[in-house]
Design a binder for this molecule. Structure first.
Ligand SMILES: C[S@@+](CC[C@H](N)C(=O)[O-])C[C@H]1O[C@@H](n2cnc3c(N)ncnc32)[C@H](O)[C@@H]1O
Length: 301
């Protein structure tokens, strides 16, 4: 199944597998996670608008695997009467989430909880009306068990929403005038293999078919719904979009670049060379087009 893995899977994680090349150092990812979620804010606003029609006046919203809290703060803004709790395994990221909430004037109803999911949820005092897991479930070894644990933390009538899958983002046309057309498709294929290795190397990894509605139903939830949301930032790219594309391609270079053939690797290096007129920094055809899928389900009353 296609995912957009470019955003989050290219670096090392401190604790669990210090010697594995699929480990991710989440603290080191802070800036990238922030700039990505900020660039994708229009997409998240549409997601929140959709969720807002389903979930009326939530008292407690919990963001599972919140990272630096960009999306947690969007929840706080969209639901002005709700308390928002950001949960994550990385304390440095939660520090940033808290600082962001203070800056945005929602600090008085914003909390953080540090610890490994899903076990850390035992520390939740109150059931949640809305649980959100954005790009985080697939970092947990046993996704089925995690969904069951998430569902148990919902108040009756509460909603669990997971953002998983969608389409790999595209930044360039098929033919960019240099090298063999289709570079991004080849990178995507390599990233799929990287993602599979990443999943296999997670602690307590369990292979699971990614039928998210079925998994939500198996967790005891009902009324599953899925919807995809678009991010569409056409060329010419803004500086922010350009910076994001450079980050993504740099991470691709680090993660799967060595597996490319010599011609593709040379093109990737050229795209990343700010001095080259055909680089991502300077080319006129750069855009950001992506799709993210959100699956929701409700705990029966
Ligand atoms: C790809 S980031 C997504 C961040 C945020 N939800 C967003 O969409 O911008 C995944 C997040 O999950 C967290 N995470 C990964 N595995 C975890 C675990 N086992 N327990 C708690 N948090 C975890 C990471 O620290 C990271 O912040």
């Amino acid at each position: 199944m296609a995912h957009d893995h470019q955003h989050d899977h290219q670096h090392k994680r401190e604790h669990t597998h210090p010697h594995s090349h699929t480990d991710i150092d989440w603290g080191e990812m802070a800036g990238h996670l922030e700039s990505q979620a900020e660039l994708f804010a229009p997409l998240y606003e549409n997601v929140l608008g959709w969720l807002g029609k389903e979930v009326t006046e939530p008292g407690l919203i919990v963001d599972l695997g919140s990272g630096p809290g960009v999306v947690s703060c969007l929840f706080a803004e969209a639901f002005p009467d709700a308390r928002v709790l950001a949960v994550d395994g990385s304390e440095p990221l939660l520090d940033r989430a808290r600082a962001r909430a203070e800056r945005q004037g929602v600090g008085d109803r914003f909390g953080v909880l540090a610890g490994e999911l899903p076990g850390v949820l035992d520390q939740l005092d109150n059931p949640a009306d809305l649980l959100w897991a954005g790009h985080s479930l697939h970092h947990l070894g046993d996704q089925r068990a995690a969904l069951t644990a998430f569902a148990e933390r919902l108040a009756p009538g509460g909603t669990l929403a997971i953002l998983e899958g969608g389409l790999p983002s595209r930044f360039l046309p098929r033919d960019i005038g240099i090298g063999r057309p289709g570079l991004q498709a080849r990178l995507d294929a390599m990233l799929e293999e990287w993602f599979e290795r990443m999943r296999t190397e997670l602690p307590d990894s369990v292979t699971e078919a990614e039928d998210w509605p079925a998994l939500l139903a198996a967790a005891g939830l009902k009324y599953t719904r899925s919807r995809s949301f678009l991010i569409d930032l056409p060329a010419p790219a803004s500086e922010r979009a350009r910076t994001y594309a450079v980050e993504i391609f740099s991470r691709l270079r680090d993660t799967v670049g060595e597996g490319l053939d010599a011609e593709d690797r040379a093109i990737l290096d050229l795209l990343l060379d700010p001095a080259d007129p055909a680089s991502l920094h300077r080319r006129s055809d750069l855009f950001v087009l992506g799709a993210r899928t959100v699956h929701t389900a409700v705990r029966p009353t």
